[in-house]
Write a protein that binds this ligand. Structure first.
Ligand code: 13P
Ligand code: ZN
Length: 269
């Protein structure tokens, strides 16, 4: 069967194109990794056959033998649809946890995203919380990025501002968002810091860079980023005018309780 027609592949390709058109993935900006089950991948390729082995340069042992469809380093989201095998790869973390086998894709000899440490550390953190977890998306969502230039960078106040900018926010991400200060990207260090935030949140903002989102499907992960990005857009649109109204803490509480959202009570007054 043609892997390009696999449901997981079609959905990933569509997500890349959507995100590109939203302006969140300029040039090679952003990356996606999605865990696949053996059951999903097996009809499309021999999952025992390695095309080549790469070193991960970090320990991802909790993910040993797991399969991930990943965007390529230096590759453009714009081009994924036109040539999936060139811009994406399917990898399996080796038994030793420090290598991975490429099973499909990266056809020009390329490799997975430079943010793989942050992706894999986040997958480990989220899987320890939720066995249905599957997807990590990193992108340069415009308004979230803009907000990191104009807003204090702590989890509580950043979360509160997003919650106040749109009624659905506290329901979609009741646990809030984590915020990291500017750090060097592509490193194990930012990977560890992201994973630490992912213990508590499914969204982690990277100041002056972008955002990481986690979820059990592409839709859910895209949706949580999209919701935060919309709230950040309202925040930026109303930043230089006098805000006459807001969603009060009492209203946030009412919302969270009405929708039975397990929210961060300590983030409200
Ligand atoms: P990659 O091209 O290696 O995925 O990097 C893009 C990016 O957004 C880095 O943070
Ligand atoms: Zn980035």
């Amino acid at each position: 069967m043609n892997i390009n027609k696999a449901p997981f592949m079609e959905e990933l390709i569509q997500t890349c194109s959507n995100m590109y058109r939203l302006g969140w993935n300029e040039r090679n900006g952003g990356n996606i990794s999605m865990r696949l089950t053996q059951f999903e991948a097996a009809p499309y390729l021999d999952t025992a056959k390695s095309l080549r082995r790469i070193s991960l340069h970090f320990d991802a042992s909790p993910l040993a033998n797991k399969l991930f469809l990943v965007t390529g380093t230096g590759k453009y989201f714009k081009n994924v649809e036109r040539d999936p095998a060139h811009n994406l790869g399917l990898i399996r973390v080796a038994e030793d946890g420090v290598n991975a086998d490429i099973l499909w894709g990266f056809s020009d000899g390329g490799g997975p995203t430079s943010e793989l440490p942050a992706h894999f550390s986040s997958h480990i953190a989220r899987l320890s919380r939720d066995s249905s977890h599957r997807v990590i998306i990193h992108c340069h969502a415009t308004n979230i990025l803009a907000m990191t230039y104009t807003h204090p960078l702590d989890d509580r106040t950043f979360t509160r501002s997003l919650w106040q900018m749109s009624t659905e926010c506290i329901v979609v991400f009741p646990e809030g968002v984590g915020v990291l200060p500017w750090m060097l990207c592509g490193t194990d260090e930012i990977g560890r810091a992201t994973a630490e935030k992912m213990n508590d949140y499914r969204l982690c903002v990277w100041a002056q860079h972008g955002v990481f989102g986690a979820g059990s499907s592409l839709d859910e992960t895209f949706g949580i980023i999209e919701t935060a990005e919309k709230a950040a857009e309202i925040y930026m649109k109303t930043l230089n005018v006098s805000r006459l109204n807001t969603i009060t803490d009492e209203q946030l509480r009412l919302l969270a309780e009405a929708f039975k959202a397990d929210y961060r009570k300590d983030f409200l007054f």
